[in-house]
Write a protein that binds this ligand. Structure first.
Ligand code: NBP
Length: 472
């Protein structure tokens, strides 16, 4: 029997769908899963009648693959990935290639690339986005490692990826852990946008008393606009429209208001702080999830300092697509992308990733969770100015911020007065207000530091480092 083109380890939701995707695109496959009963179940079910075989042991799996072997691991990130690498590398031969498609921490990938490449194996750390549906129909993929290793799997990945008007949603991202780093930041942007849309929902519900059906109509209209047309707005509309079969209740209203924050959101914030990049909108979304987890405490305090919504304000009307709120949501969405792209720009230099920003915007345009019309504008901005410091310096984005910031300020100040928390919207307003302030009050911070600790300060009017004997 001829050997298979492609091997997959890990039959979770992602692995199952990715191997079906590879097979559909002409790559005969072998699958291995730690728990063999899952392999049997898959081969009897969704894998039946396809050019997909199963292996009971990892040795058998490796021997069933043509050389050089191309093996995708889709297992839980962390120690599970290390365990698979340790088991499988005993049976690999020079030139074989391992691809980690899980949500691994980029530092782990840096370590694994070095370790595996030193054993003459190829190693690619690849971010995969698009959820289970994307994995089956065409995800966005962010592979990092050596260029030679990428070349060995380019034909496979370009066929499996989502396709947009200017090509497949996959490209060689860069060396080492860059693929997983880009995926991490992708998820940080995703956290931001999910929270922004949830704040809009909260305002429409609590200030205007709108029903889920009415809100879904607004999101549907927003999805037709250049600023907000995106996968996340599309699924917000679907979530708000979905009713429970037996009761006809809005499913959204039956869900507990607690959201976890897994590795990637946290890693985005930590990386940004380490790199000295300002990402208040994304950070606010992470913090909002942390606050959401304090359900018991929130319920207790709700009665001691009650919010009385007596400040009803104009969020706009259906006829104008709720213009003030639309503007606020648009700017916060721009801020999420701008902050994510800033992290990538800085990491590109500091970690030596040499990221090609237009290509990253390009591979996010289809297949992934943050796909949106705005990404075309982002791609154009970095084509025009490859060293762009922030999207705010691009003409189109600058004009968006200039024309919409008054409505953002109006929504944030009104929501604050009403007692409705809007962490991402308000952080965005502070972010843009700080950006448009030539002189911030950090002169006083510097004065205090010099006063208590003789830390010295720089001056506006002359070069050098200065210390003052402050009044006692
Ligand atoms: P899970 O993250 O739930 O992982 C399930 C797979 O990991 C199973 O095949 C399981 O085998 C295997 N596994 C575990 Br758990 N520990 C193992 C170990 N010590 N040795 C070998 N195999 C082990 O599945 P998933 O949701 O398909 O995600 C796979 C990866 O893709 C994860 O890193 C995830 O973060 C990432 N990802 C997920 C999504 C998504 O939307 N779900 C999107 C993008 C990326 P078993 O059957 O024997 O328990």
């Amino acid at each position: 029997m001829s050997k298979a083109h492609f091997g997959l380890v890990g039959l979770g939701v992602m692995g199952e769908n990715l191997v079906l995707n590879a097979e559909r695109n002409g790559f005969s496959s072998v699958v291995f899963n730690r728990t063999f009963s899952k392999t049997e179940e898959f081969l009897r079910g969704r894998g039946a009648g396809k050019r997909i075989l199963g292996a009971k042991t990892i040795e058998e799996f490796v021997l069933m693959l043509e050389r050089p072997r191309r093996i995708l691991m889709m297992v839980k990130a962390g120690s599970a990935t290390d365990a698979v690498i340790e088991n499988i590398s005993k049976y690999l031969e020079e030139g074989d290639l391992l691809i980690d498609g899980g949500n691994s921490q980029f530092q782990d990938t840096e370590r694994r690339v070095k370790q595996l490449e030193s054993q003459s194996f190829g190693y690619i750390g690849m971010g995969v986005s698009g959820g289970s549906k994307g994995a089956l129909e065409g995800p966005s993929m962010m592979p990092g490692g050596t260029e030679a290793s990428y070349k060995a799997i380019e034909s496979l990945l370009t066929k499996m990826a989502a396709q947009v008007e200017d090509g497949p949603c996959v490209t060689y991202v860069g060396p080492g852990g860059s693929g997983h780093f880009v995926k991490t930041v992708h998820n940080g942007i995703e956290y931001g946008i999910e929270q922004i849309l949830s704040e809009a929902y909260d305002l429409m519900k609590r200030i205007k008393g709108m029903s889920c059906n009415e809100m879904s109509e607004i999101f549907s209209a927003w999805n037709e606009t250049e600023e907000l047309s995106s996968y996340l707005v599309e699924i917000t509309e679907l979530c708000l429209r979905t009713k429970e079969k037996d009761t006809n209740l809005d499913v959204v209203e039956t869900i507990l208001d607690k959201a976890g924050q897994k590795g990637t959101g946290l890693w985005t914030v930590v990386s940004a702080l380490e790199l000295g990049v300002s990402i208040p909108t994304i950070y606010a979304s992470l913090n909002a999830r942390v606050m959401s987890s304090l359900k018991d405490q929130r319920l207790k305090i709700e009665s001691t300092i009650p919010v009385e919504i007596d400040h009803i304000f104009d969020l706009g009307n259906k006829s104008d697509n709720m213009k003030p709120l639309f503007d606020a949501v648009s700017l916060a969405t721009i801020a999420s992308y701008a902050q994510g792209m800033d992290i990538l720009m800085e990491a590109s230099d500091v970690y030596g990733y040499s990221l090609h920003m237009p290509s990253i915007a390009q591979i996010w345009k289809g297949g992934c969770i943050i796909r949106s019309k705005l990404l075309r504008r982002i791609q154009e901005a970095y084509v025009k100015e490859p060293k762009l410091k922030n999207l705010i310096f691009d003409e189109w984005f600058n004009a968006q911020i200039a024309s919409k910031i008054k409505n953002l300020a109006y929504i944030v100040s009104s929501a604050t007065k009403a007692g409705v928390p809007v962490p991402c919207l308000s952080s965005t307003l502070d972010y843009f207000n700080s950006y448009r302030t030539g002189r911030l009050p950090q002169n006083l911070v510097q004065a205090m530091r010099d006063c208590f600790g003789s830390h010295t300060y720089e001056r506006l009017d002359k070069e050098g480092s200065f210390h003052t004997e402050w009044l006692k």
